[in-house]
Design a binder for this molecule. Structure first.
Ligand code: GLC
Length: 554
């Protein structure tokens, strides 16, 4: 069983084909390029890749506006290239997850074009219409400040259409059984081409009741079960990873009480409190968020992450905590976005301080779930705040000191490569870091190896231990007679503290440091005295290193 539920302990790497590696010199990355970098990803140790949307699209929201679900955008290659890629991934034991963007289509999609031009079109009811301007037209925008409303008048249709996101992303009428059938068909198509599942975009909106009269939309959770059932019929070990930034009270609605809905969800609650912990050296809200969310169906899993392709959304934090994070990591207006988040990459948020960047990654990897890494973060890439909105953190991967960071032969990549300043590609690139034993890249590779050898984190019960200091976080995992303890010092100064390891599990008297040297023996009262550097962290195995022998497989 533990080998079947591969996603419980995966290491997921997300990337956008267009920013990774260009081979044909048009300034846009492509599948051929991605294939050339597969051994890089294999070497890093990732076990799954999540691809941002690559289907045919006018590209007005970086591909989250799909105009043909059954094709690869020609800029990235062909369907043939895609299948070569999934094959290349499989040969290296890497699974492929792809974005499934079905809350809305592009306004350029043939379905929408047909729907708007003819009231009798068979696609009319695939979208949400209203003859009159709905009373709530100026409410519920996802991109406030950029998006003006959620209902836009279409001359051709002589009606308003609903769009939760930008006006060029009309919402699909997901309650329509024909639309649901099409969503299953899309999933079936890509499964056939070799993917292991989907990152489902904007799930709360997909399942929300939609319409001009709807003031408090209820969720149609049953839909999630239907998606799941279909997927499992087609491929037993395929999964759905839901993008659902919801309150912990509804987590079980998404996972299903018996784990029969979404396999995975991103843990936004923990993500936001983690940034608060890093900003304030107070881990208490993070512990609360972990406690509120760590109970989940045995087969379900959290996706843990630091940054992703969107802004760091702080909308779930209390006002004062949000301000603390803004002050620490995004004090200037142009670092912030949509009044709720920070659009920077991780490294510049942490002042490029390797101790803090590594600590943040160590922390994220030690939280109860499966780590999701963003391309470029493994070499601590920076951002380009002169680019609009979220594009600042989507610049091309920096491979080497060759022109355009080795990303493209074109002198004009679609999004510019970062050249100037401390994050320019002359200072931050893969080739240099490969050769440097102490680089972020080599460090992360070690962290990945260590995380893979600590399956307790994905499977086990997580408890937070009392360290007597809110700036020292100690998490202990117990699973099948094995235990792991991970400690983090959020303070900018070294701290010595005492830790009592009671409870079940073996060998609490002896802590073996599994990342660096420095074991600890308890005193005769069972207490450990541990010293952590400024922003330090340590990963221990309790008892001894023979955990493989103690592990009982089923
Ligand atoms: C999700 C994506 C975001 C996109 C939006 C609309 O939130 O993460 O990038 O703009 O959906 O599809």
């Amino acid at each position: 069983m533990i080998n079947d539920l591969w996603y419980k302990n995966a290491v997921i790497y997300c990337l956008s084909v267009g920013s990774f590696q260009d081979t044909d010199g048009d300034g846009v990355g492509d599948f051929q390029g991605l294939m050339r970098r597969m051994d890089y990803l294999g070497g890093l140790g990732v076990t799954a890749i999540w691809l941002m949307p690559f289907q045919t699209s006018p590209g007005r929201d970086d591909g989250y506006d799909v105009s043909d679900y059954y094709n690869v955008d020609p800029r990235y290659g062909s369907l043939g290239d895609f299948v070569e890629f999934t094959h290349a991934a499989k040969q290296r034991g890497i699974r492929v997850l792809i974005d499934l963007v079905v809350n809305h289509t592009s306004s350029e999609h043939a379905w929408f074009k047909s729907a708007r031009s003819d009231p009798d079109s068979r696609y009319r009811d695939w979208y949400i219409w209203s003859e009159k301007k709905p009373a709530n037209a100026n409410k519920g925008m996802v991109f406030p400040g950029v998006q003006k409303s959620t209902w836009t008048y279409d001359e051709k249709a002589a009606a308003y259409y609903f769009h939760r996101f930008y006006d060029f992303q009309p919402d699909l009428n997901t309650a329509n059984p024909l639309v649901q059938a099409e969503i299953l068909k899309i999933m079936g198509f890509w499964i056939q081409l070799g993917v292991s599942g989907f990152r489902m975009d904007a799930v709360p909106f997909v399942i929300a009741e939609k319409g001009a009269e709807v003031t408090k939309p209820s969720e149609q959770y049953g839909m999630l079960r239907r998606f799941r059932e279909f997927l499992q019929w087609r491929k037993g070990d395929a999964i759905i990873l839901a993008e659902a930034n919801v309150l912990p009270e509804t987590d079980f609605e998404y996972f299903g009480d018996d784990g029969d809905r979404m396999h995975m969800m991103f843990n936004f609650q923990v993500n936001q409190s983690m940034f608060y912990a890093l900003a304030s050296a107070d881990a208490r809200p993070l512990v609360k968020a972990i406690e509120k969310t760590s109970v989940r169906p045995a087969t379900a899993q959290w996706g843990m992450f630091l940054r992703n392709h969107d802004e760091l959304d702080l909308g779930r934090l209390p006002e004062t905590h949000r301000q603390t994070v803004f002050d620490a990591f995004g004090p200037d207006k142009d670092m912030q976005l949509y009044d709720r988040g920070i659009r920077r990459r991780l490294a510049p948020m942490l002042d490029g301080d390797p101790r803090r960047i590594r600590q943040a990654y160590s922390l994220m990897f030690s939280l109860p779930g499966t780590p999701v890494i963003r391309y470029g973060d493994e070499i601590a890439m920076g951002d380009d705040l002169s680019l609009p909105e979220r594009n600042c953190a989507r610049t091309p991967m920096q491979w080497s000191v060759e022109p355009q960071a080795g990303f493209t032969k074109s002198s004009k990549p679609e999004l510019p490569v970062i050249v100037d300043g401390p994050y320019g590609y002359h200072h931050v690139n893969v080739a240099d870091q490969r050769r440097d034993a102490d680089s972020m890249l080599n460090w992360l590779e070690r962290l990945i190896r260590m995380r893979k050898e600590a399956p307790e984190i994905g499977w086990g019960d997580c408890i937070s231990l009392d360290t007597g200091d809110p700036g020292i976080l100690a998490l202990r995992y117990d699973w099948r007679n094995n235990s792991v303890l991970v400690v983090h010092n959020l303070h900018p100064k070294p701290v010595e503290f005492e830790l009592q390891l009671d409870g079940e599990g073996t060998g609490g008297n002896r802590l073996i440091d599994i990342m660096d040297g420095g074991n600890s023996e308890a005193d005769d009262k069972g207490r450990h005295t541990l010293l952590l550097d400024a922003y330090g962290y340590r990963w221990y195995r309790l008892g001894g290193l023979d955990y493989l022998l103690r592990r009982s497989e089923v």
